[in-house]
Write a protein that binds this ligand. Sequence first.
Ligand SMILES: Nc1ncnc2c1ncn2[C@@H]1O[C@H](COP(=O)(O)OP(=O)(O)O)[C@@H](O)[C@H]1O
Ligand SMILES: [Mg+2]
Length: 258
Amino acid sequence: MSETILNVQNIVKRFGGLVALNDCTIDIKKGSITGIIGPNGSGKSTLFNVITGQLKPESGAVFYHGQNITGLEPYQLFELGMLRTFQIAHEFTNMTVIENLMVVPGKQAGENLLYSLVNRRRIQEEDEVIKQKANEVLEFLKIDHLRNELAGNLSGGQKKLLELARTMMVDAKIVFLDEVGAGVHKTLLKDIADSIERLNKEKGYTFCMIEHDFELISRLCDPIIVLAEGSVLFKGTSREIKSNDEVIESYLGRGAKK
Ligand SMILES: Nc1ncnc2c1ncn2[C@@H]1O[C@H](COP(=O)(O)OP(=O)(O)O)[C@@H](O)[C@H]1O
Ligand SMILES: [Mg+2]
């Protein structure tokens, strides 16, 4: 449990004259659910974007299982089992829930045209395997009743669950969740939290999540990392955070929701 899966070292990321990440260093332990909190503009999403390959840092490095992955493209990180969800969900609105799962890039041979002409039967079998996997995922997340619903008709919270479902179609090792609770109804939020907990406990997923809802983050996360002005202000349990005056002032004093 104490093995480090991800190590972010001294990251600097600038946007013009603005320093969004300022010598930011964090460690994520394998099997943990690590929380990231901090005021708006403190660099949380930028940190995720650097880790998951959407942005290249000016300096510093990211190591995954000790391998330097700085500057790799998102699809390369995806192949290593590093996945993320976005603050705004990215579903295909005109496809059903199960179709959304079936198009998650896997190692389907059917993507090769020549292969598909020659091996039609084999591809039908592979399709069946993928469909079965998708059904298992929907059952695990208790959203099998939404199987044939168009993704565009889902509520905000259901879309977040669909994003989690998509991570289960591949062999995810570490999943980054950016404000999974934002705009989600309380009852559905509990379902999402339960799913995160079960994926962590039963499937061994490591999570790193940005979240404003302190109640949710206290329930799920240990440790919690507090970012302020692009670097780490504090790292500890929710109890330690609640009793730290500097953190409370930084976190509550700058318009964070909670
Ligand atoms: N693509 C961008 N271009 C210019 N400035 C950006 C960009 N993304 C983020 N920023 C700035 O970087 C800082 C950190 O932003 P962000 O990482 O989104 O913060 P958080 O997610 O903690 O609210 C903010 O001042 C924001 O305005
Ligand atoms: Mg953000």
